[in-house]
Ligand binder design. Structure first.
Ligand SMILES: [Zn+2]
Length: 91
């Protein structure tokens, strides 16, 4: 849990895959390492939050990353809008 954010640098390819306008993404510091790992594995994330002590850390991922997340040991849960929610390991 943290009250800090961190910039994650994105390659041009990652930027396109994640539909980010800027060459970086801002995430909560305590899940930054895990998000860098997931993005480096080609996971397409929509949003993430560490929960700030009120809920568990999670990320929303696009449906095409479902199988890859299972291969990485995560448990994607389908949301109403066709995206998947995964709990992050956090810090
Ligand atoms: Zn945090």
């Amino acid at each position: 849990m943290c009250n800090k954010v961190q910039r994650i640098s994105l390659t041009e390819k990652q930027q396109i895959a994640l539909h980010q306008d800027m060459p970086y993404m801002v995430v909560d510091s305590c899940i930054a390492c895990e998000m860098i790992y997931l993005i480096s594995k080609g996971i397409r994330t929509l949003e993430c939050c560490c929960g700030h002590g009120k809920q568990l850390a999670y990320a929303l991922i696009m449906s095409e990353s479902h199988d890859a997340m299972i291969d990485l040991g995560y448990v994607p849960v389908k949301e109403a809008n066709g995206v998947y929610r995964v709990l992050l390991n956090g810090e």
